[in-house]
Design a protein around this ligand. Sequence first.
Ligand code: GUN
Length: 295
Amino acid sequence: MQLLDGKFLSAQIKQEIAAEVAQIRQQGGKIPHLVAILVGNKGSSETYVASKMKNCEEVGMHSTLIRFEPTVTEAELLDAVQQVNDNPDMDGLIVQLPLPDHINPDRVMETINPAKDVDGFHPINIGRMAKGLPAYVSATPQGVLEMLKRYNIETAGKHCVVVGRSQIVGLPMSILMQRNTYPGNCTVTLTHSRTQNLAEICQSADILVAALGRPEFITADMVKEGAVVIDVGLERVPDASKKSGFVLKGDVKFDEVAPKSSFITPVPGGVGLMTICSLMQNTLKAARREVYEKP
Ligand code: GUN
């Protein structure tokens, strides 16, 4: 068993990004600028957004956090998105999800200029990604692809089982893994809460991607000997013995699954760190107009 070490890889990728930003700065070019909109003060969203901003600063990018009270109206939020769209200094925009119930997330995503949609959530980016055209790809699946690539994991002809059909992870992951490219060319099964014989399907996976958001759901009996196991889960599970009052758990029961797998991601220290790198890579692309010529 070999660990897919997100800590090691993300440090390497951050260095690469920092070198590119330094070069842009040296040449007097435009410093990439990521904007995050955060509504409310839900603990986990706060943590994620703070980490995104901090990482941008660490690689020399500019970052701006725009905060709103949970009572913000949809119109006010859409107006803020439009202002970022219209600001030529701002290259990338993310609106942290989930949003309060009175705001329609689809309307918000569709208001973001696709050329600044570094989360890859706009229908135009999802459609372009599905067609294999240049697009911003959702950060977590992109981070998983980067991991597979950097560990030279063979994917062609393999059976990839994705557990969970979220628009952010499961759905794009399944589309990306079937594409005629590397990493890709898998036979993909996308499973979800209504799937029958889930354990049996997981047992046939050469590459198993767990992205359902249920702590330690994937147990050893569901995993084939030698499988590559990617754990996208990151949940706070109450634990009175910890100062914080919780422990972080993935969707995979690591201790029993690890000995059966050829490669496995730890939680924390796995996919999560890769996600932020992908977001910064997308922001760099946005500043360089690599995906769309015009913002
Ligand atoms: N909430 C959970 N993951 C994400 C993400 O990747 N982007 C945004 N905007 N919100 C999230």
